[in-house]
Design a protein around this ligand. Structure first.
Ligand code: ATP
Ligand code: FE
Length: 371
């Protein structure tokens, strides 16, 4: 069993080849970080263009590095949602064309399920049921994974995700965005005093497991304005005083952003245990999970509650093809896949893509408990 995974849901074009045994044969990511740094966000039309430019090359490279040709594959897995529809279509079109030409079954993958399940490739002890916190640029999810394909949503964001707050804070602080805003904040925060700016923790009065980062973003923006920090002046040219004032904001922002995660996580563990008392692990994945401070703080919460923290290595936390291939393998192994598309399928077909696609049912009792 050997599966090619294709990922184009947002701003990274990624492909990978993985064996059923979990052996990663290749992994290729073409990032649009330069575009992002230049324009400060993902513009769907521009992202689509960028995917189109590299998709063939990325997939070919994944096959070459794995020392395989397409006909050696067992199946093709591709992200069909959630994400930007223009971008999803690029990956789905490529996957169907390849699968059609070589008569390969195809597996449509949920991007957030893939962020979660990839941990089962790196950590064989991660058995169902387990809890997952998925934190990235567009999502902030607390999930109870009961078994493959069966998820209960304990919490989600009511506005922005934490990664979005990291990215905006980095932009307003004039940081170098080429590696993404998150890593830049994480680094600068090490120089700052996390207690110096008093940001308030979001949603204190809501006794549920949902998140909100829009208000914190506004608090940060106001703090930056009131200190006369000019984002036009890159941090590399800032005076010592200016630099330390930016570092203080970065550290204070990070402390509260992560404290919000800690508080919700603690409550979600309680809720999850009511449904599945036997959970042993909390998995944290998604781009923000590559942050060392995030990992250390969540580790404390998890230990206090007699659970074990599991985080995939950073390269598998951010968007990648391995997670898609692996999720394809998990589903394929239990017979969940589509037959090969016809080889002459027209290219402008209405593909089954799901730009908005919840991962599992909302925990109904959550709403009454929150009162
Ligand atoms: P989604 O998965 O919600 O569709 P996405 O695919 O764009 O969004 P990922 O690639 O999983 O997101 O994660 C990217 C996000 O992770 C960005 O917001 C980035 O700033 C953040 N991030 C990456 N590394 C770090 C870090 N070290 N600290 C904090 N945030 C980080
Ligand atoms: Fe992602």
């Amino acid at each position: 069993l050997v599966v090619l995974g294709i990922e184009t849901s947002c701003d990274d074009t990624a492909a990978a080849v993985v064996r059923g045994s979990g052996e990663i044969l290749s992994q290729v990511v073409a990032s649009q970080a330069d575009l992002l740094a230049k324009y400060g966000g993902v513009a769907p039309k521009m992202a689509e263009e960028a995917h189109l430019q590299v998709i063939d090359q990325v997939v070919q490279e994944a096959l070459d590095k794995a020392n395989l040709i397409a006909s050696d594959l067992t199946a093709v897995a591709v992200t069909i949602g959630p994400g930007l529809s223009l971008c999803l279509r690029v990956g789905v079109r490529k996957a169907r064309k390849l699968a059609g030409s070589f008569s390969l079954p195809i597996i449509g993958v949920h991007h957030m399920e893939a962020h979660a399940l990839v941990a089962r490739l790196t950590e064989r002890k991660l058995q169902f049921p387990f809890m997952a916190m998925l934190i990235s640029g567009g999502h902030n999810l607390l999930i109870l994974a009961r078994e493959l394909g069966q998820y209960v949503q304990l919490g989600t964001t009511i506005d922005d995700a934490i990664g979005e707050a990291y990215d905006k804070t980095a932009k307003w602080l004039g940081l170098d965005m080429r590696r993404g805003g998150g890593p830049a904040i994480e680094e600068l925060a090490r120089e700052g005093d996390a207690e110096s700016v008093k940001f308030s923790t979001p949603m204190k009065q809501h006794k549920d497991c949902n998140f909100s980062y829009a208000g914190l973003k506004t608090q940060v923006r106001l703090a930056i304005e009131s200190r006369n920090i000019n984002a036009e002046i890159p941090i590399s040219s800032a005076t010592n005083h200016d630099r330390s004032s930016r570092a203080d904001i970065a550290a204070s922002f990070q402390r509260v952003a992560v404290l919000h995660l800690e508080e919700r996580c603690e409550r979600a563990i309680e809720w999850a245990r009511k449904i599945e008392p036997s959970i042993k692990c909390l998995l944290v994945s998604g781009g923000v999970a590559s942050n060392q401070y995030v990992r250390a703080q969540l580790d404390k919460v998890v230990k206090k509650n007699n659970l074990q923290l599991i985080c995939p290595p950073p390269s598998l936390c951010t968007d990648n093809g391995v997670m898609v291939a692996w999720t394809g393998i998990e589903h394929f192994s239990v017979g969940r896949f589509d037959p090969p598309p016809p080889p002459d399928e027209p290219e402008d077909l209405m593909y089954d893509i799901r730009p908005r696609w919840p991962l599992g049912e909302e925990y109904a009792e959550g709403r009454s408990e929150a009162r």
